[in-house]
Design a binder for this molecule. Structure first.
Ligand code: SF4
Length: 347
């Protein structure tokens, strides 16, 4: 049976007309799926009983179920462990920020990129997520927000997984949440984060959608970056920056460079100087997001002191490179990606 959760209107219309049903039925069904959050055909009360039974014989609606949840002590961040039909679990996070509700979704179950500071990669990657499974994460949270009359304002694809290695499903998800019959979210409110898969960045630039691109940089030179992120051997830092500049020039969107600060490792003044040199030709198009590391107990990386964090940020800003220190949310609930999932895998 075909799962219809995650299809767009064109795809659903094609399935519906194959059953010799009129096109307008697809529109009705899609409203039930994405606006009225139906979980079964039986709930679709503007369809006849016969039709509901027929649809249930042909199609399924596969959603995600929650198997764990952690709330931060300030009540602003909630992390969910969501499970799909085959028992695979992924993490999804809701962050209530002053400028709206942001959610962070996963694109793969686990990750095989091997970044040394990341808990998501410790058990490798189980599989890619389908468009419907990425959407199911967003819809799970939207349903919670419906209870208080709120909505999702921003989506970041920054949970577990490398989105560029699940390109088609991720792009279909982005296009789908943009649709008025789905979440009606502007492309500018969507961020895709990559470890630096150059062909993926170039392909995304050609789509010419004003999505925010976020590059996990984390070091200003190849030696240090390769230690932190093995993917740097395949796509060295200069190539990643070149692709990012091309993306910024094509889409007219600023690039966010994510930089995890690890105590006395990549947070010295030497690295601050190198970082400014690396990005000196794109000061107007770059924004550096400094993220004090959430220590991962399996690794020996420590969080820098506040004084070191501020000094690093000040150097960049003094040299006309916009740098912000990420507002810390949910540290007390292990907000670093992968840690909740790993707890359950260990069980
Ligand atoms: S940081 Fe991102 S790309 Fe790197 S291992 Fe973690 S999930 Fe994968």
């Amino acid at each position: 049976m075909t799962n219809i959760f995650g299809l767009n209107l064109t795809e659903l219309t094609s399935l519906i007309t194959d059953l010799n049903l009129p096109k307008f039925r697809a529109k009705q069904i899609i409203e039930w799926l994405y606006q009225k959050h139906a979980t079964s055909f039986n709930e679709m009360t503007n369809l006849s009983k016969d039709l509901r039974e027929k649809l249930a014989q042909e199609f399924t609606i596969e959603r995600a179920k929650s198997c764990d949840r952690l709330d931060s002590s300030d009540g602003k961040t909630t992390k969910f462990l969501l499970e799909f039909g085959d028992g695979i679990g992924v993490e999804t996070v809701l962050m209530r920020q002053p400028y709206g509700n942001s959610i962070c979704v996963s694109s793969q179950a686990g990750c095989n990129m091997g970044c040394s500071f990341c808990a998501s990669t410790l058990h490798g990657m189980a599989r890619n997520l389908s468009t419907g499974e990425i959407l199911a994460q967003a819809m799970f949270i939207q349903e919670l927000l419906n209870q208080t009359g709120e909505q999702i304002n921003n989506i970041v694809i920054m949970g577990s997984g490398e989105p560029m290695l699940n390109y088609d499903n991720v792009l279909n998800f982005i296009r789908l949440v943009h649709e008025p019959y789905c979440l009606n979210l502007g492309y500018r409110n969507i961020t895709i984060s990559t470890s630096g898969i150059v062909p993926g960045i170039n392909k995304l630039a050609q789509e010419n959608l004003p999505i925010t691109l976020s590059i996990s940089l984390h070091a200003p030179n190849n030696e240090l970056r390769t230690e932190l992120m093995p993917i740097n051997k395949r796509y060295p830092i200069e190539e990643v920056i070149k692709a990012a500049v091309n993306y910024a020039n094509t889409t007219k969107r600023r690039i966010t460079y994510e930089y995890i600060l690890i105590d006395k490792y990549n947070d010295n003044m030497t690295e601050a100087v190198e970082l400014c040199k690396l990005l000196k030709n794109q000061l107007a198009l770059a924004n550096v997001n400094l993220i004090p590391i959430n220590p991962v107990k399996e690794r020996n990386y420590n969080r820098p002191s506040l004084a070191r964090i501020k000094a690093f940020a000040k150097y960049l800003n003094d040299h006309h490179l916009t740098a912000t220190i990420r507002q810390e949310m949910g540290t007390d609930i292990q907000a670093a990606c992968g840690q909740l999932r790993n707890k359950h895998l260990a069980k």
